[in-house]
Design a protein around this ligand. Structure first.
Ligand code: NAP
Length: 314
C-alpha cells in the first residue's frame, strides 16, 4: 500500500552488531523520512538506542514500529524476516538476503502476499561510480573483466565466528558485494564456469576463491577473492573493451579511472542511498528483491572444487 512521500516511517533494528552501529544508525539519524524507535539484539547494547533482547520484546514495547531492518548474521535472518513480514511490517534485509536462495525466494513471495515492502539490500550498488561504470559498459563491446576483492578478515570481521560457519559464506561475505556490482553493470545472466574454494580445515566456508564466469554476451569475468590480505586492501573491478578502452573501479566503487585518467573519487554514502531507496519503495508500495548475486554464490558452491586450506586461527 502506497503512503505519502513525506511520511516519517517508524523503524526498528534487529541485530545491533558492527554494521548496525557503523552504518544503519547514522544513516537513519540522517534521514528525516525515518524515526529510529528501538533495536534488539541478544547481547549488544549500543549507546543512545533503547534495546531489547528479541524482536518480539521490541515489538511488544513499541507496536508503533512500521518497518524493520534485519542486520543479523545470515543464518538467522530468514526466521526473523518471516516473522517481521507476518506482522505486516516493511522489511529491509542486510545482504545477503538469506543463507540459501530458497529462503530469499520465500521472503519475496511472502512480502507480496502481505502487501508490504521488501528491500533485499546490496549496499555496494549504491557506491558513487557504479552508474558511470554501467553507462561505460553499455556503450562498448567488452573483452574481459577482472574482480579483485581482497581484505583482511581479522581487521574487518573480528569475533564474527558466524562468517566461517555453514551459511556464513566465508570470503563470499565481502565477495558478494563485488558480484552485486557486477550484476548491476552487466546484467543478471552471469554463469559460473569454474570455482576453486579454499576452505580452512577447521572451517565450513572458503577463505579464498578463484572463480571464472561469463556474461550473457560471453565476456569472460575472473574473480579473485581473498580474506587474508594484509596491508593494502583491494576492492576493485577492471574492465577491458575490444576497442582497447580500460576501466578501473576502485575502493568498492568510490574511485573510477577510465583509460588511466581519474574520472571520479567520492566519499562513499552507500547507506544513506539505501535508506532513501527504502523510503521510496515504501512510499510507492513497491519491493526490490533481486537475488542474482546470491545465485552466483550458490552456483559457485554447487560447481566449485573444495581445496583444503591451512587452519584459520583468529
Ligand atoms: P556482527 O557484528 O556479528 O553483528 C551481528 C549482530 O546480530 C550481533 O550483534 C548479534 O547479537 C546479532 N544477532 C545474532 N542473532 C540474532 C538474533 N536471533 N536476533 C537479533 N540479533 C541477533 O555482524 P555484522 O558485521 O554487523 O554483519 C551482519 C550482517 O551485515 C551480515 O549479513 C553482513 O554480511 C552484513 N554486512 C556487514 C558489513 C560489515 O562491514 N561488517 C557490511 C555490510 C553488510 P549480539 O551481539 O547481541 O549477541
Amino acid at each position: 500500500m502506497a503512503i505519502s512521500a513525506n511520511k516519517v516511517v517508524k523503524i526498528g533494528l534487529v541485530g545491533l552488531g558492527k554494521i548496525a552501529v557503523d552504518q544503519h544508525i547514522p544513516a537513519l539519524r540522517g534521514n528525516p523520512g525515518f524515526e529510529l524507535v528501538a533495536g534488539c539484539s541478544p547481547n549488544a547494547r549500543p549507546d543512545g538506542i533503547p534495546a531489547y533482547p528479541s524482536m518480539e520484546a521490541m515489538l511488544a514495547a513499541h507496536p508503533e514500529i512500521e518497518a524493520l531492518a534485519i542486520c543479523t548474521p545470515p543464518q538467522v535472518r530468514h526466521r526473523i524476516a518471516k516473522d517481521a513480514l507476518a506482522t505486516g511490517r516493511h522489511v529491509f534485509l542486510e545482504k545477503p538476503p538469506g543463507a540459501t536462495l530458497g529462503e530469499a525466494e520465500v521472503l519475496r513471495s511472502f512480502a507480496a502476499e502481505k502487501g508490504v515492502t521488501l528491500l533485499a539490500s546490496w549496499h555496494s550498488r549504491f557506491a558513487p561510480a557504479v552508474s558511470l561504470t554501467r553507462a561505460w559498459i553499455a556503450q562498448r563491446k567488452l573483452k574481459s573483466m577482472h574482480i579483485v576483492w581482497k581484505e583482511n578478515v581479522r581487521q574487518w570481521h573480528p569475533g564474527q565466528a558466524w562468517i566461517f560457519a555453514p551459511g556464513g559464506m566465508g570470503v563470499f561475505d565481502p565477495g558478494i558485494n563485488a558480484l552485486s556490482i557486477l550484476t548491476a553493470v552487466v546484467g543478471d545472466a552471469v554463469i559460473v564456469k569454474k570455482a576453486d574454494l579454499h576452505i580452512p580445515v577447521n572451517c565450513d566456508a572458503p577463505i579464498a576463491v578463484e572463480m571464472e564466469m561469463t556474461t550473457a554476451q560471453g565476456v569472460p569475468v575472473r574473480a579473485d577473492f581473498d580474506f587474508l590480505q594484509e596491508n593494502l586492501q583491494t576492492w576493485s573491478i577492471f574492465a577491458e573493451a575490444e576497442d582497447g578502452g580500460k576501466l578501473s573501479l576502485g575502493m568498492g566503487g568510490a574511485i573510477l579511472e577510465i583509460d588511466g585518467q581519474p574520472v571520479m573519487k567520492e566519499a562513499e554514502r552507500e547507506y544513506p542511498g539505501l535508506y532513501a531507496h527504502f523510503h521510496e519503495l515504501i512510499a510507492s508500495g513497491a519491493s526490490d528483491a533481486d537475488f542474482a548475486p546470491l545465485r552466483i554464490v550458490a552456483d559457485a558452491f554447487m560447481l566449485g572444487k573444495r581445496i583444503a586450506a591451512p587452519e584459520y586461527i583468529e
